[in-house]
Write a protein that binds this ligand. Structure first.
Ligand code: DAT
Ligand code: MG
Length: 150
């Protein structure tokens, strides 16, 4: 099983799609093992988006992600990193396919509603930025035996 980091960004909380995002994760069969609403300060924003430092959109990205509450989650499941990226859709919502979160709810790249880790290494790094090990809960979904063949 993999764990990935997923976050509803300030535009998603302001637009009231937190429940929609959670519903899609649950409907897919993925398991939310940690979750909190929080405000991101500038230091955490810069660490989280460190790989984009120096890019022309970096300052706007930091000010956007710190502009309102986010809902941060750890999501677990088989190939959870790629499965979550597929649920979220392409970075630019204009190009994200219908049926994806960004494709169904967004238009502008700077307001793309949801973050998801892009690799297992990113997932580990991002989870540790937002959650302590004690905040990640182990439990069983009753449908796990039907979600996975083996
Ligand atoms: P993703 O969020 O799909 O992993 P990313 O890591 O390349 O995409 O970029 C992080 C965020 O930065 C992205 O969600 C929105 C913003 N962003 C990326 N490319 C951008 C661009 N060309 N102009 C404005 N914002 C951009
Ligand atoms: Mg990324």
């Amino acid at each position: 099983m993999e764990q990935t980091f997923l976050m509803v960004k300030p535009d998603g909380t302001a637009r009231g799609i937190v429940g929609e995002v959670i519903s899609r994760i649950e409907a897919k069969g993925l398991k939310i093992v940690a979750m909190k609403m929080m405000e991101i300060d500038e230091g955490l924003a810069k660490r989280h988006y460190g790989e984009h430092e120096g890019k022309p959109f970096f300052a706007d990205l930091v000010s956007f992600i710190t502009s309102g509450p986010v809902v941060a989650m750890v999501v677990e499941g088989r190939e959870a990193v790629n499965v979550c990226r597929a649920l979220i859709g392409a970075t630019d919502p204009k190009e994200a396919g219908p049926g994806t979160i960004r494709g169904d709810f967004g238009i502008d790249v700077g307001r793309n509603l949801v973050h998801g880790s892009d690799s297992l290494a990113s997932a580990e790094r991002e989870i540790s930025l937002f959650f302590t090990p004690e905040e990640i809960i182990e439990y069983k979904r009753t449908d796990e035996d039907w979600l996975y063949e083996n």
